[in-house]
Design a protein around this ligand. Structure first.
Ligand SMILES: *Cc1c(COP(=O)(O)O)cnc(C)c1O
Length: 323
């Protein structure tokens, strides 16, 4: 007996469509092998409703390409010598260093114009440049037959205004340098509904049903069905699983075959109707009208469950897949 853990295709598609209804096409962010669920499996569900995909690097691009004919954008710069292969695979490369720009200029001279992505982010975690460096970076790209797709990442709600103001200034720097700006994208799930100008939305966790305050009407796409292995009738036991979780004498509960070893967060123990969470088994109080075997389903809320477990929606989503 083992839990059945899967994604619901129609819900994934409806979630993508809900973001697209904000007014910009969706680039599905399927890095880290589709947040653990398989980038190709996600593409099979999403290909009709998304504009493009975003992956981390050339390895993820090569793995995803057989599943889709759509553009695939890269977050990281090409490793030295890999740009030609990325372009051959229909990837849209990112550039953030002088070396990457030099290689792009050589490729453009060889094969003609193409677009590169340039990120404007004031945090060092991404392959991006800082806004004050935009003028010099734009000059290094000028005259090479390269267009740019400018992107930023709103890494802090508190600094969103500054980030977007600097992004707009950087865009002007590229235009002033004569580098064609092919498109701009400036959002992840959390900032999707912010009133900012963009040509597409980069959405990852939102596809699975995370809202992260963006106010888009998405639903949980994760389905966890955990078989009942035991029923605990009132009085049949005093303690639920490990530790000192008392089982109130009036309570009916079940033991389900699904635990933290399957991705169900251990920290949910002691919250709501979850009494304890072991590696493979979870004790859950039962109530009338609820199917206790539906551990995560259509009626659940990704943000609420993640908050109850004290983790991010991303960790909740990826946890079930990466076990
Ligand atoms: C991961 C990532 C996203 C997607 O973020 P979600 O919060 O999962 O929607 C968007 N943009 C960049 C640059 C990212 O690294």
């Amino acid at each position: 007996m083992s839990p059945e853990i899967r994604l619901d295709g129609p819900t994934l598609r409806a979630n993508a469509a809900a973001f697209a209804s904000l007014g910009a096409p969706v680039a599905a962010v399927v890095k880290r092998d589709g947040y653990g669920w398989g980038a190709r499996a996600l593409a099979r569900e999403l290909d009709d409703v998304v504009e493009s995909y975003v992956v981390a690097d050339d390895v993820e691009l090569a793995a995803l390409r057989p599943a889709t004919g759509r553009p695939i954008r890269l977050l990281a710069d090409a490793p030295p010598g890999m740009l030609a292969r990325i372009l051959d695979l229909g990837g849209i490369p990112n550039v953030s260093t002088a070396g990457a720009v030099a290689e792009a200029r050589v490729e453009a001279a060889r094969r003609g114009p193409f677009a590169v992505r340039v990120g404007i982010v004031d945090s060092s975690l991404w392959a991006a440049i800082r806004a004050p460096d935009a003028g010099a970076f734009a000059a290094s790209l000028a005259g090479a037959g390269l267009a740019v797709e400018l992107w930023t990442h709103v890494t802090s709600p508190a600094r969103a205004g500054t980030i977007l103001r600097e992004f707009a200034a950087a865009r002007r720097a590229f235009e002033d340098a004569g580098v064609p700006v092919a498109s701009v994208d400036a959002a992840s799930t959390a900032s999707a509904a912010a009133p900012i100008a963009f040509d597409r939305l980069r959405i990852g966790a939102g596809l699975f049903g995370a809202r992260m305050g963006c106010g888009v009407a998405v639903r949980c796409a994760i389905r966890v069905h955990a078989p009942v292995v035991r029923r605990l009738v009132p009085g049949s036991t005093s303690w639920a699983g490990y530790g000192d979780v008392p089982l109130p004498p009036h309570l009916s509960a079940v033991v389900l075959r699904c635990g933290y070893g399957d991705g169900f967060p251990k920290a949910l123990a002691g919250t709501a109707d979850i009494l304890s969470v072991g590696m493979q088994y979870t004790a859950r109080a039962t109530s009338d009208g609820n199917d206790p075997q539906v551990l995560v389903g259509a009626d659940d809320d990704v943000d609420t469950l993640a908050a109850r477990a004290g983790i991010s929606p991303h960790e909740f989503v990826i946890g079930f897949a990466c076990t």
